[in-house]
Design a protein around this ligand. Structure first.
Ligand code: AMP
Ligand code: MG
Length: 492
């Protein structure tokens, strides 16, 4: 019988206070839409019968080791604290030890109401499920830490949103689903004995080198700060806008989670917002580092009584000192990443602080000329060898970019130009999950049950660095008209 290589339930066993045992809803006609074979290989999953996969990943067939639970968490949503959120439309099925020995959560999303649904229906529609699938794969291919989809299954039932939509479930694989909001849940209730239990579990799972360390809670904070600084720097360089960076959507593992109203920015502008509910622009592209920092401060607050049990007040100083390092850590990751994308050595920062001005001026140029962020880097790689026409064409005029190009060339290393161009193409994607292409693919899947465009786009974003001459349309930005009106919605 097919089974996961090794399935476990450490979360429900060790943290029963943090979840509620729950069952997936029954669905009328589960049908496998997508299965992630390469992720399945990583997990050591061997079943390939589509019917059976459809039943398992719609929660209609439980494997012996699966124990579905809805996880409890709180969270700051748009700055306002909500003491009880929790999995209102998701269930953790259990954990798998993957082929590399890593523990990974397997969870359903869209699996029906739970004790945390707060009046919601617990369901998900085909479009948003495939959106999370696609964007997660795109992020993974770009080397950005992320939760990933293992399967998408149509339920055969409909979901009521603005219209009646075909329903679906997503199977999400994560290093864990522990969020800042998970810590906030019992911190808000003053149950620091349980926060400590969660912190010990988390350390065991994500930072096992700290298990015996006398300062382990402060060091957990330090590690989470480091992971988030690295993550958000990667988002920023890729032009990724998460859209709903509430504290319940920020993981302790450092993986991107919850692809709701997310989108990739096209023409570079730090104020870009796509989410229909983010009317104040709190989660605008350019605010993401500051918001991550704010969220981490909320995390630190939950740890104060653990850092110093006798006198939590005196933990404020060391915790604040860690938080203050965020800006510099973020800047290091961002600048190092930007230099690599420019074909330059990240080591240059240490040798010459003028190089930072080069990077900042590049972004200023992109903003002034409203240049597509992805194409700008990519065409810069093409320009290394002297073919500057495609790059210049992105700017208002050749004269705009020429002086900067001359400066940049002086910094390039002493290697053959073809080598530099090749290295740059390996870090500057030509294909991202462009909003108009994503919408086109999801509309076909949802309205006409046609997965063709989805599969085609998935293929492109899974190989983002290899340009295919006959696939030019996947590299092109949307029309200005599309971008002006484009809004994204929550509600996977
Ligand atoms: P999200 O915006 O996806 O991060 O979700 C925020 C909170 O709302 C979480 O507690 C979700 O479980 C809950 N939620 C969102 N949509 C639904 C739904 N359709 N039914 C029940 N709960 C939901
Ligand atoms: Mg969420």
């Amino acid at each position: 019988m097919a089974r996961f290589v090794s399935m476990d339930n450490s979360y429900v066993r060790q943290l029963p206070e943090f979840c509620v045992v729950s069952q997936p809803m029954s669905v009328s006609q589960p049908r496998l839409l997508q299965f992630n074979d390469s992720l399945a290989d990583e997990l050591g999953w061997s079943e390939s019968d589509a019917n059976r996969l459809g039943r398992i990943f719609s929660g209609q067939e439980m494997l012996p080791e699966m124990q579905p639970v809805a996880q409890a968490y709180a969270g700051h949503q748009f700055g306002n604290f909500v003491p009880q959120l929790g999995d209102g439309r998701a269930l953790l099925l259990g954990e798998v030890i993957d082929v590399n020995g890593q523990r990974r959560d397997i969870a359903l999303k869209g699996s029906g109401p739970t004790a945390f649904s707060r009046g919601g229906d617990g369901k998900a529609a085909v479009g948003p499920v495939l959106r999370e699938y696609l964007v997660g794969e795109a992020m993974h291919a770009l080397g950005i830490p992320t939760t990933r989809a293992l399967a998408a299954v149509a339920t055969g039932d409909s979901v009521m949103r603005m219209n009646r939509l075909p329903g679906a479930m997503l199977t999400r694989v994560a290093a864990s689903h522990i969020r800042i909001g998970t810590f906030q849940y019992f911190a808000a209730r003053g149950r620091f004995d349980l926060v400590r239990k969660l912190a010990d579990y988390t350390i065991h799972r994500h930072d096992s080198e700290l298990v015996e360390h006398p300062n382990r809670y402060l060091l957990l904070l330090q590690n989470v700060i480091q992971r988030q600084a690295a993550l958000v720097a990667k988002w920023m360089l890729a032009g990724f806008i998460h859209g709903v960076m509430n504290t319940d959507n920020m993981t302790i593992s450092g993986e991107t989670i919850d692809y709701g109203p997310c989108a990739f920015m096209e023409s570079y502008h730090p104020g870009t917002v796509f989410s229909s509910i983010d009317t104040g622009g709190r989660y605008a592209y350019g605010n993401q580092p500051a918001i991550a920092h704010w969220n981490l401060a909320r995390f630190a607050e939950t740890l104060l009584p653990l850092i110093n049990e006798e006198d939590p007040q005196s933990a404020i100083e060391p915790a604040t000192a860690e938080l203050e390092k965020f800006g510099q850590l973020y800047q290091q990751h961002w600048l190092g990443g930007a230099l690599t994308k420019l074909g330059l050595s990240p080591e240059l920062v240490r040798q010459d602080d003028q190089v930072e001005a080069l990077v900042i001026d590049w972004f200023d140029l992109l903003e002034r000329n409203q240049v597509d962020l992805t194409l700008a880097w990519r065409r810069l790689a093409d320009a290394v060898g002297g073919n500057e026409a495609k790059l210049s064409a992105l700017f208002h005029s050749k004269e705009e970019v020429d002086p900067w190009l001359q400066r940049w060339r002086r910094w390039l290393p002493d290697s053959p130009l073809t080598e530099i161009a090749e290295q740059m193409r390996n870090v500057n994607p030509v294909y991202i999950a462009r909003n108009h292409l994503v919408e086109e693919a999801l509309t076909a899947a949802s309205d006409q049950a046609d997965l063709g465009p989805f599969c085609e786009l998935l293929d492109r974003v899974r190989n983002p660095f290899v340009e295919q001459p006959d696939q030019q349309r996947f590299a092109e930005p949307a029309s200005n008209e599309f971008n002006r009106c484009y809004r994204t919605f929550c509600g996977t």
